[in-house]
Write a protein that binds this ligand. Sequence first.
Ligand SMILES: Cc1cc2nc3c(=O)[nH]c(=O)nc-3n(C[C@H](O)[C@H](O)[C@H](O)COP(=O)(O)O)c2cc1C
Length: 293
Amino acid sequence: MITIDPKDIKIPALHALLLAAVAPRPISFASTIDKEGNVNLSPFSFFNVYSSNPPIMVFSSNRSGKTGETKDTYKNIKEVPEVVINIVSYDIVQQASLASVAYPKGVNEFIKAGLTMLPSENVKPPRVAESPVQFECKVNDIIELGDQGGAGNLFICEILKMHIADHVMTEDGKIDPLKMDQVGRCGDNFYVRLTKDTLFEIVKPVATIGIGVDAIPSHIRNSKYLTGNDLGMLGNVVTLPTEAEIDAFCKAASQQSLLQLSTAQRHEAAHQLLQKEEIHNAWCLLLAPENNQ
Ligand SMILES: Cc1cc2nc3c(=O)[nH]c(=O)nc-3n(C[C@H](O)[C@H](O)[C@H](O)COP(=O)(O)O)c2cc1C
């Protein structure tokens, strides 16, 4: 394992490692305006949502690593403390990338990137019409983290209005992650796209408390055939199967071949069951008495 003290490496190298390690990051496609009314649009992946009450998002426009200068977004927000944060879907990611070009202050990246300005309701900067979700925000605070190149400037943005495109909504009023087709930023030039193949669910009922990995019997917990994810799923049950449940499992015709397996093969079979999210069956197989073999 490589261990790094940030003071010992050059800022560009540290920056590259941070961006690759903390990934993927959502992208705030930020629309701002200066006091003369010049519009600016730039992507920022130092971004996330931090509070629902009040609804707060934070993104950071860093000082240039080369010149130490603050960026146009920072200058605009200093003049007019408002921003529209637009979410970047796959179909506008190339335009978002193009908008990151360091055009001179006053150049409107909506025009440069070929995107449509949609008037906002509560703030002066326009929204990106092509973005599936747009947040009109007032900037409550700017936290400046330093005065050297690479220093972040955190914008604490309070959401005044949220606009969601109909086509990304489910019938029961949720946002469908697949319809959002959202992208995220990784290190170097890499991005990720949220697709059917990359999306998965972890069912974790907040009302229940899992037994924990430490409560898994040691011969299972220390199995070399079970992964950390397997143990996480096994430890997420509220109770172990009862003897009656294990007995019923052992008597079921469909399980007979599994019960003939050696201990190692059983663990491998339990791993396969967990892959299919058959957690109860995996537990029964792991706990079934050896004399069933
Ligand atoms: C996807 C993407 C994410 C970016 N994230 C950030 C970021 O989090 N912070 C930052 O300072 N620059 C970031 N940049 C670079 C800025 O977009 C770029 O410096 C831009 O020119 C700033 O525009 P402005 O001077 O108009 O504010 C990112 C660029 C891209 C393409």
